[in-house]
Design a binder for this molecule. Sequence first.
Ligand SMILES: [Ca+2]
Ligand SMILES: [Ca+2]
Ligand SMILES: [Ca+2]
Ligand SMILES: [Ca+2]
Length: 175
Amino acid sequence: MRFDSLTFYEGDILWNGINNDPRVAEPLGGYFTTLTVEAHTPSGWVPADNVILSEPLDPYAYYQIIDLDFDSIWGDGIRIRGSAGGTQEFTSIVELVVHGAMIAADFDGDNDVDPDDFNRFQSCATGPCLGPPSTGCYDADFDGDNDVDQSDFGMFQLCYSGPNIPLDPDCANYN
Ligand SMILES: [Ca+2]
Ligand SMILES: [Ca+2]
Ligand SMILES: [Ca+2]
Ligand SMILES: [Ca+2]
């Protein structure tokens, strides 16, 4: 799938009494000094380019909520990585919200619609009114009528781009 941005929710930096109130004492840990974004691709974890933080990482701030914007990146997983600050070198996070889009027909999430994706589609085909699709194949039922048949294939064809040729994100707008 395509990842566009994420939101990092920092957790409790007073964890287990290690830190005192950061307004009166320098935090011993619980914060990142750097933050990068990586997507999992067929060639491993790849860093996102042009990551922009909505506010700077601040060791003295509790529960920071930071939006990270970056160039769209394709993969089947996403993670943040960073260096831990302070002598205790721990970090804290309560939630990570990821924004992106599943492009229908690009089943393997590599930003094209090619024979690899077709093989997946074909293995899911049921024929007209012969649904429901088997487990794990619901995303091949593009028109949502509980089968994977010629009408779904027609939609697949609209999105076909060829190997390593970027797909048209609007091909998914079938309605
Ligand atoms: Ca693909
Ligand atoms: Ca049908
Ligand atoms: Ca269908
Ligand atoms: Ca491909």
